[in-house]
Design a binder for this molecule. Structure first.
Ligand code: GDP
Ligand code: ZN
Length: 307
């Protein structure tokens, strides 16, 4: 009897071995030989891919086919032979960016950079402002309110008093989320509090050992109680803006994007041109100066401090 093919999700990858979760269990798989052809140019399969496999033994299988991706976060890694496309995650439903209201103080330049990456990848973003217990009642809104005005959902949370935790859980369950944010903001605490079964110990280790290396990509997704997965993606930080043409950047700031048609010059950089609708909106307070400054820093290539 020939083995039945089955469909599953790639939930971890290591040195050419992929763990595939299907309805009937987990399979450790390698790629079918003919799928390896494209491997010089980039990852053929990545975390978050839906694949078809043929079981070849006890919990072992071969990946025969990779389903088309809805979307993908990837980065181009320079190699002596050219560029290599690393898949950070395939098919994420959302990107969750966690910052603290204080300890550490939020670095909005970094948040803006993450948001640009999400916009470019067409991944819906969710902002989590954690540690609300450390500041006065009005402070979280003063810090993060401008992002709701632009249209990004912002959740205010605290593991100390429980604020927003149920709501955050609702946003995570049933979805594949990539989670990012500076260290110390409470990412592991939030996940551990909401999902007591989730063991993030090894995650913390892998993150610690990846410090300073710019090539690390997420290798594992963690299942959530009630469905869905969290992928930890240190690799997101390494998505350099050199993957991006300078003139695409205004398209990844929603509040700039909706105004560029009003600029006098079609190739307006919104930095110094006369008749610029973006600069006018900054002057009249309709675009936040802080966001505009993030834009101009990224546009002029001065964003390295956020790498
Ligand atoms: P990670 O590096 O983003 O995973 O951050 P951790 O989860 O390790 O948290 C860093 C520190 O912040 C720990 O000492 C946590 O106890 C603390 N912490 C996390 N969330 C909160 C919060 O909502 N309020 C307060 N006051 N402290 C928090
Ligand atoms: Zn302009």
């Amino acid at each position: 009897m020939s083995p039945t093919r089955t469909r599953g999700l790639v939930i971890s990858s290591q040195s050419g071995f992929y763990t595939v979760q299907s309805d009937d269990g987990q399979w450790v798989c390698q790629l079918r030989g003919r799928l390896k052809k494209g491997r010089r140019e980039g990852d053929v399969v990545g975390l978050g891919d839906w694949v078809r496999i043929t079981p070849i033994g006890v919990e072992r299988g071969v990946i025969d086919e990779i389903e088309p991706r809805k979307r993908m976060l990837s980065r181009m890694a320079p190699l002596p032979s050219g560029e290599y496309q690393q898949i950070i995650i395939a098919n994420p439903d959302q990107a969750v960016f966690v910052f603290a209201c204080r300890d550490p103080d939020p670095r909005f330049g970094m948040l803006d950079r993450y948001l640009v990456i999400a916009e470019k990848g067409e991944v819906p973003a969710l902002i989590v402002a954690n540690k609300t217990d450390l500041v006065s009642n009005s402070r979280p809104g003063e810090l993060f309110g401008l992002y709701s005005e632009i249209g990004y959902p912002v959740l205010y949370t605290s593991i100390v008093n429980g604020e927003g935790l149920a709501e955050l859980k609702d946003h995570l369950v049933g979805k594949i989320s990539v989670l990012s944010g500076p260290s110390g903001v409470g990412k592991s605490s939030l996940l551990n509090t909401m999902m007591p079964g989730l063991d993030l110990a090894h995650r913390t280790v892998s993150q610690a050992t990846s410090k300073g290396r710019h090539t690390t990509v997420a290798k594992e997704m963690y299942p959530l109680e009630g469905g869905g997965y969290i992928a930890d993606t240190p690799g997101l930080k390494a998505l350099a803006l050199w993957d991006m043409e300078p003139d695409e950047l205004d398209g990844y700031f929603p509040e700039l994007r909706e105004r560029v048609a009003g600029c006098q010059f079609s190739d307006c950089t919104h930095i110094h041109e006369p008749g610029c609708a973006v600069q006018a909106a900054v002057d009249s307070g309709r675009i936040s100066r802080q966001r505009y400054e993030s834009y101009s820093r990224m546009r002029s290539g001065q964003e390295e401090e956020y790498l």
